[in-house]
Ligand binder design. Structure first.
Ligand SMILES: Nc1ncnc2c1ncn2[C@@H]1O[C@H](COP(=O)(O)OP(=O)(O)OP(=O)(O)O)[C@@H](O)[C@H]1O
Ligand SMILES: [Mg+2]
Length: 303
């Protein structure tokens, strides 16, 4: 098999005596899209931040392209430029133009000329559809546009992997789609991505693998069709049920689960006999299927 881009072995992270990551092992292969889901506080952000040592691991090993990133010989800034991160709150420099936000690390970390950096910025801003905003300031942009600038900035570094930590969570619902579209294009172009998100439609459509984190461990992982339709772990099941319900409640076009077409069997004899009990038992997988089929499924999976 191919050499992994990232290999995590027995990763532990404690803040003081609070053990947050309790032995995480995972592998990310080139061009893979790995989506990390899990309840708040389960350690998703900490895991991402350990991958490029924005948080220092307490124990365990992280290999990036085969190199141990804890080794004293490693230049962590180079690792970070190749394993770039997109944050929930964009983290743009508000006093710099969009273009300058993109070129800054190119000239200061990568030490390339301003002229070459400008050329790369033009190219990446085109990719995220923001060419005409190059001279604007972040404060003049919508949240979705700001997040696309942040993605352009990450992309400009020509990274091997991009880590996304809830990139759409701070956005108004109507702006989420434009950011997910850019992320899908990136995935389709073969970018390796590790994405923490609650966007189950994105996970379902784009993930090669979904990791469910719970209380500092990987409770379950597998292809999305398996995790979403047949989760083996009870906690995954409970989490998915809750999150899908939350998303449904937020969605103005929310599907109505009580509609007959959702539970065609409900008209059958069995339903009539067992009534409430039956619908309770059968509602959960139907809900999931219904919602997961609801968005993003017009496009084919990448490649
Ligand atoms: N810098 C820190 N110092 C102390 N504790 C921290 C620090 N960062 C995270 N924690 C703790 O680690 C635990 C996991 O946090 P983390 O942010 O990784 O969770 P998460 O899964 O990303 O949650 P969310 O979905 O809310 O973003 C939490 O209990 C949090 O309080
Ligand atoms: Mg987090």
């Amino acid at each position: 098999m191919e050499t992994p881009i990232i290999e995590v072995i027995g990763l532990e992270k404690a803040f003081g005596d609070h053990m947050v990551l309790k032995g995480i092992s995972m592998t990310v292969y080139p061009k893979e899209v790995v989506v990390v889901i899990g309840p708040s506080g389960s350690g998703k952000s900490t895991l991402l931040r350990c991958l490029n040592r924005l948080n220092e691991p307490t124990n365990g090993k992280i290999l990036f392209q085969g190199y141990d990133i804890m080794s004293p010989d490693i230049d962590i800034n180079v690792v970070r430029s190749q394993m770039n991160m997109v944050f929930q709150n964009f983290n743009l420099f508000m006093h710099l133009s969009v273009k300058k936000n993109v070129t800054l690390a190119l000239t200061s970390v990568k030490k390339i000329t301003q002229e070459e950096a400008d050329r790369i910025a033009d190219e990446t801003l085109l990719k995220v559809g923001l060419t005409e905003k190059a001279d604007a300031y972040p404060g003049q942009l919508s949240g979705g546009q700001q997040q696309r600038v942040a993605i352009a900035r990450a992309l400009a570094m020509d990274p091997k992997v991009i880590l996304f930590d809830e990139p759409t969570s701070a956005l108004d619902p109507e702006l989420i789609g434009e950011v997910l579209d850019v992320m899908k294009k990136l995935a389709e172009s073969g970018m390796t991505m590790v994405v923490v998100t609650h966007e189950m439609g994105f996970a379902r459509e784009m993930a090669d693998r979904v990791i469910f984190m719970d209380e500092g461990v990987i409770a379950e992982s597998g292809p999305p069709e398996e995790i979403f339709t047949n989760p083996k772990n009870e906690r995954t099941r409970i989490f998915l049920k809750r999150i899908l319900k939350e998303i449904e409640d937020m969605d103005p076009l929310k599907p109505k689960y009580e509609t007959p077409e959702l539970a065609p069997e409900a008209e059958g004899v069995k339903a009539a006999e067992e009534g409430y009990k039956w619908s309770q038992e059968h509602k959960e997988p139907d809900e999931q299927k219904r919602w997961l089929g609801f968005k993003f499924l017009k496009r084919d999976k990448k490649k």
